[in-house]
Write a protein that binds this ligand. Structure first.
Ligand code: ZN
Length: 302
């Protein structure tokens, strides 16, 4: 058995590797290199190899398995990457190419799934709800995504879209077009940009979500209305997921997840739409910060 388990977070601007101690779950080496995606797919692969070699030299052990967090998803049906905002990856058989190049087993998952796995197994859930069996980790930021972890394992699903609640439809009269080609997706209503647009339409001025939250705390009417809108629609969107998976804990990452009112008033908003008289699972703030991506990637192969 290897002494360490390895994860790589493949980001748009940097590629990061973490080598974790199997016994203590602590990170023993962490290194990063630039992605340089504009130089093409092959160049990115070369950068990954350099990074792995550098880390292997530091720990004195070459990995037999590596977990990779990726910006999009490997489609289990077609075997190639899809939905990557780092577009050089789309259409590429990334897992196959990595396996051949690195001569080791690789496991891929998208970054929302890695976030969910890291917070479930090493972060907020591990600390606060240690006996949780079903965990839903969500990213509520510029985009809206999520990952489902059951008994320590990610549920990727038949199409690799397990946990993608951001493109469920919310009932609304003024549904907005989503980049996915549909209308009224959760992402078009409660993502950071969607909330900033909501405020702008009300108040006639552009503010960041952070500024809106500060104004709301000071009692500004339009800002309060925007935050109330977030909480109400979050409750509605979340309840439809909870009715299906009934998680023990929900971790909320991304910029919108920093809004304290979500934790205070979110549970009662969920209750209004839930097929159960009360909502008693935990809504948690993440604890791993920027490390969640790379730790979650490593956790894929522990
Ligand atoms: Zn959509």
């Amino acid at each position: 058995m290897d002494r360490y388990y390895w994860g790589v977070d493949l980001g748009g601007t940097k590629i990061e590797c973490a080598v974790m101690c199997r016994e203590t779950d602590t990170c023993v080496v962490r290194e990063r290199v630039p992605t340089e995606g504009d130089l093409g797919y092959r160049h990115v692969l070369d950068n990954i190899r350099l990074l792995i070699d550098k880390c292997a030299e530091k720990v004195g052990e070459y990995p037999s398995r590596i977990g990779f967090g990726t910006p999009g998803t490997l489609d289990p049906q077609t075997g190639v990457m899809k939905n990557c905002n780092s577009t050089h990856l789309n259409g590429q058989p990334l897992d196959k190419d990595l396996r051949i190049m690195l001569d080791c087993e690789v496991v891929l998952a998208n970054d929302a799934n890695c976030f969910a796995l890291a917070e479930a197994e090493l972060g907020a859930v591990k600390q606060q709800v240690p006996d949780a069996k079903v965990v839903f980790g969500i990213i509520l930021g510029t985009g809206v995504g999520g990952g489902l972890v059951v008994n320590g394992q990610l549920i990727g699903g038949h199409h690799g879209i397990g946990g993608e609640w951001g493109h469920n439809r919310l009932a609304c009269e003024d549904a907005v077009d989503c980049y996915c080609g549909r209308q009224g997706c959760v992402e078009t209503v409660i993502s950071g940009p969607a909330l900033e647009r909501f405020y702008r339409n009300l108040a006639g001025e552009s503010l960041s979500l952070k500024e809106i939250a500060i104004k709301a705390a000071q009692g500004d009417g339009y800002a309060c209305h925007t935050i109330n809108h977030l909480i109400e629609r979050f409750g509605e969107a979340m309840a439809s997921v909870i009715n299906v998976i009934d998680p023990d804990a929900i971790v909320i990452g991304g910029g919108v997840g920093n809004i304290d009112a979500l934790y205070q008033f979110g549970p009662s908003a969920i209750e209004k739409y839930l097929f159960n008289p009360v909502f008693s699972a935990k809504l948690l703030k993440p604890e791993l910060g920027d490390s969640a991506g790379v730790f979650g990637a490593a956790r894929l192969v522990k």
